[in-house]
Design a protein around this ligand. Sequence first.
Ligand code: BGC
Length: 459
Amino acid sequence: MHVAGFIGEMRESANGLMIRITIIAAIGGLLFGYDTGVISGAILYIKDDLNANDAEQQWIVSVLLLGAVGGAALSSYLADRISRKWTKVFSGSLYFLAALGCAFSVNVEMLIICRFLLGLSVGTASFVSPLYISESAPPRVRGGLVSFNQLAITSGILIAYLTNVAFQNVAGDWRWMLGVAALPGAALAIGMLTVPNTPRWLQRHGRPDESRATLEKLREGDQHANVDEEYQGMVDATEKEGRGSWKKVFAKSMRPLVLIGLALAFFQQFVGVNTVIYYAPTILTDTGLTKSDSIAQTVFVGVTNVVFTIVAILLLDRVGRRKLLLTGTAVLTVALAVLGVYFWSGWMQDNLPWVALGGLVLYIAAFAIGLGPVFWLMISEIYPVGIRSRAMALSTMVNWAANFVVAGTFLTATNLITTQGVFFVYAGLGIVAFLFFAFKVPETKDKTLEQLQRELVKD
Ligand code: BGC
């Protein structure tokens, strides 16, 4: 049985330190998810309280995404220079300050600046969390452990939805909604002070003894680990590669891998996931539901996202990344087509109103077992250590930029080509994504990062 098997493997291979590292690093994902989900509810109160006009509201919502693009760029440098660990300490501290800044904003301008800073922090954490976990994890359970970060993202979104429901009728309390997130921000910064640097970063930064000692601690009790071999692999990889640079990211030998990362980043957003996350209540009200019913059903979408992310965690290291990615992408494409047909057919809307919620739930479940976790996991696995943080940062920037474009165009696009038109376009992109993944994306399960490097990089 896959599930029981994975839990057994986790018990055998991930010791207490590894679990602690994973949980602390994944707080970064929680902040990412909370911000994704909370603003749609908070903006309703902010707009009255701070007298924000339409353009200002748009900025308050979306400036975070621009900040995240900047944060990803910045941390491509930081993650190498000051380490993965200290980059996360920085991210947690900045988040703490920015969340308080949002909560105490006296005017729209201050709120926009603080949301931008929050974005810088979230953009940083979004890829340094998977990077940090991936470089520490035992290969047999790496998929599940890295995807804890995605579980934290989806839990953050769900908590935000629930917060929105709880504060629905409490005017003025948007300050609490934005401010409480300072606590996990502080927890991230303080927690990261208590865990070690990744063995791979230490090894590359002239600290071989610490690297080896950390690897030994991380593999303690793991019968399947071979510390000598894994360590030697790291030494060889470093020797082979020399210093990392942007030039190397764009070198001919890296192009296929960079393309895979960018395509995953692009498709993860262009199948419209955040349209569903941000606009689920709007989509559901369009089907004739009352406002409060559609908010309740949105919570159901959030729960499904969490539950199926857990399913992915249990399966990624057993059935592999590719199968889940392909199955997930195929099913979400069907769900998008179903939603398209639903909005196109007046008959369906009159007679089968449950199809809208069914389509959204099917869609999010499929995203949660495939593209959701697999994008972040793959980009933490496929790149050689020398260019890993830069190449991950590049994919992450494209992901946030695409998120910005999709979120910013959804409402205009529905006016232009109708809601069904938009869903059909997403479905079309789902088909292209499926074909690309089927032909180009490699399987990465069970191998050390250095084995992957040897197999994937053709000089
Ligand atoms: C994506 C986010 C999305 C979330 C939904 C993440 O992997 O990067 O843009 O909101 O999944 O679960």
